[in-house]
Design a protein around this ligand. Structure first.
Ligand code: DGT
Ligand code: CA
Ligand code: CA
Ligand code: ZN
Length: 570
């Protein structure tokens, strides 16, 4: 993480606190710290190892130092996550407009409940903003011009799949009260890591009534376009939703069409043309006669194809595979027998070992690896050999009580700059499983970084390389590393690459997953949960695995612990 990224997080907190109306002194402490960090010559991440060094910097006190250490360690700050939950994140989009500072944003939010650029545009057009003190006609003209520019630049961000999921859940609940068979299509159904807009389909005989119900959804900020077949709205959260209703007979065709991807659709249309059919969102036609349309399966069948899972519909070879009967049998949630990365209160998790273990058991798993950080990650309360030994005893006594379930003694050990590990080999040898990861020195050259990882993974007790590229979606790029080389060695060396299911990471991503499979690499899907709730993220990792065409056999934590243990022996 670079200095400017860390400063950016602190500035965002300052902005949000200011919008919230916190006192100036507190707000400024974040701005001052951000200023110090961005003007610093050396890497703040390197100083952050000891809080003693940090507090020597101007404008950084003890509690600020703690926060900086948390950012360095996790790439994010829980305080910011909380603030974003408290205030609509779309307020920050408003702040990007030059005319809008935190004070103005706050006034409009408090007085007119303006939560997004969309809200603001509408309120200005309706003349509401101009009536407030300090805004006026001149402001109105300028801001409308600026918003126009903002739209032209395609100012809307893509949403992380988990963010989209949180917005979709209540919306689907709401729509289900009026419309039957609600389905979410588009990139969301294909399981893409980010979603541009939300596409929802439903069955209704009375489309007008369905649309009326849709636009009355309380989270709607603006109706973009309204018709009988399709209506689009903007939600307060700043994401567009397209809602379409169909009749039963064409519902399969609609679902197929609006799930996409567009490239997949184009390829399907070609197949239909070759067979003398016409394809659209209402069905497959021979002349005027509809010959398929009710279900996706029926549609594919008419084209001479088996059902293709939404995650594979990207026109990256799935149609040839389907024609040849060579589609993979994609891994499913029920295949996963255990989670292999998790943190407890011993390092930076929120729940105790026992709580995490019980929650994992409640998911129907057979085993569960507790992988707290090692000591190098001191900001996360990383464990040294002594504390780890104690935790291992705790796990052993817990295991005696948990029948048919096993907590694995494990650790997320840091790979040091020179490729050595952050813990004595003596203790690593005692573990059931060792997960290795990079959290520092991300800026090495590609060659150095690759050698560093390979050197670490040469250790016979290292089993899994966690989050292999280190990226955070929308926040931090991957570090330079030769993944091809890593994959080659992993395939030969009997160690595994992680698919980290944290929706901010999704690392490996879908493209790398597929490359890894082709290189003969086995992978694991882990949550990296820092709380009981985090265990649910497994579904996001699973979707990426499916997008990477993985089958049960490609994923090691679909094995029983007994088989698993055999497999990791080196
Ligand atoms: P997104 O929203 O950017 O994350 O990606 P999608 O895939 O959800 O794209 P979206 O919302 O524009 O459209 C949803 C699906 O509808 C898309 O995957 C395929 C289908 N679709 C939309 N427009 C067209 C089109 O002009 N031609 C074809 N063949 N399909 C289209
Ligand atoms: Ca979409
Ligand atoms: Ca759409
Ligand atoms: Zn990690």
């Amino acid at each position: 993480m670079q200095n400017k990224d860390i400063a950016g997080i602190l500035v965002e907190i300052a902005d949000l606190l200011e919008i919230k109306g916190e006192d100036t002194f507190r707000v400024n402490s974040y701005r001052n710290a951000a200023r110090t960090i961005s003007s610093l010559q050396e890497d703040i991440a390197d100083i952050a190892g000891s809080s003693g060094e940090l507090v020597k910097l101007p404008g950084i006190g003890k509690s600020m130092a703690e926060k900086i250490r948390e950012i360095v360690r996790k790439g994010r700050l829980s305080q910011l996550d909380e603030l974003r939950r408290e205030l609509p994140p779309s307020l920050l989009e408003i702040l990007k407009l030059e005319q809008m500072g935190p004070k103005r944003t706050r006034t409009l939010y408090k007085q007119l409940n303006i939560r997004s650029v969309e809200d603001l545009e509408k309120a200005v057009e309706n003349g509401k903003v101009q009536k407030l003190e300090g805004f006026g006609e001149k402001f109105a003209t300028q801001i409308l011009r600026e918003i126009e520019e903002y739209h032209r630049k395609g100012g809307y961000k893509r949403f992380k799949i988990s963010e989209a999921a949180d917005l979709i859940r209540p919306l689907v609940d709401y729509l289900s009260k009026e419309v039957k068979d609600i389905e979410v299509a588009g990139s969301y159904r294909r399981g893409k890591e980010t979603v541009g807009d939300i596409d929802i389909l439903g069955i209704s005989r009375d489309a007008g009534k369905a649309m009326e119900f849709f636009v009355n959804y309380p989270e709607t900020s603006r109706v973009i376009s309204r018709g009988k077949a399709k209506t689009s709205v903007m939600l307060h959260a700043g994401i567009q939703v397209d809602f379409r209703v169909f009749e039963k007979d064409s519902y399969g065709a609609a679902l197929l069409f609006f799930t996409g991807s567009q490239a997949h659709n184009v390829a399907l249309r070609r197949i239909c043309q070759e067979k003398g059919f016409k394809l659209n969102e209402y069905g497959i036609y021979r002349g005027e006669e509809r010959v398929a349309g009710t279900s996706e399966t029926e549609m594919y069948k008419k084209m001479g194809l088996p059902f293709i899972a939404p995650e594979m519909r990207e026109d990256t070879g799935e149609l040839d595979a389907a024609k040849e009967g060579k589609l993979p049998e994609l891994i499913e949630l029920k295949d996963i027998k255990g989670d292999l990365q998790s943190h407890t209160r011993a390092s930076d998790g929120k729940n105790s070992l026992k709580e995490m273990a019980e929650a994992a058991r409640g998911k129907g798993y057979e085993y569960f690896a507790v992988t707290d950080h090692s000591k190098k990650v001191s900001v996360a309360g990383g464990l040294d050999e002594k504390r780890l030994a104690r935790q291992m005893e705790e796990i052993e006594s817990l295991n005696e009580k948990l029948e048919g379930f096993r907590v694995l003694k494990s650790v997320e050990v840091d790979i040091l700059r020179d490729g050595t590990l952050d813990l004595d080999h003596g203790i690593l040898r005692e573990m059931d499983l060792v997960v290795c990861a990079i959290h520092f020195d991300r800026k090495l050259s590609k060659k150095e970084q690759t050698l560093r990882v390979l050197r670490a993974m040469e250790n016979p007790f290292c089993n899994i390389l966690a989050h292999p590229t280190g990226r955070l979606i929308g926040k931090r790029r991957e570090y330079e590393i030769d993944l091809k080389e890593i994959m080659k060695e992993a395939a030969a060396g009997n160690w595994f690459l992680e698919i980290n299911s944290d929706p901010e990471r999704l690392d490996l991503n879908d493209v790398y997953i597929r490359q890894a499979k082709e290189a003969g690499v086995k992978m694991v899907i882990s949550t990296d949960a820092h709380s009981v709730v985090g265990l649910d993220n497994i579904k996001y990792g699973l979707m990426q695995a499916r997008r990477g065409w993985l089958e049960k056999d490609d994923v090691v934590n679909t094995r029983s612990w007994k088989e698993f243990r055999e497999l990791i022996k080196r």
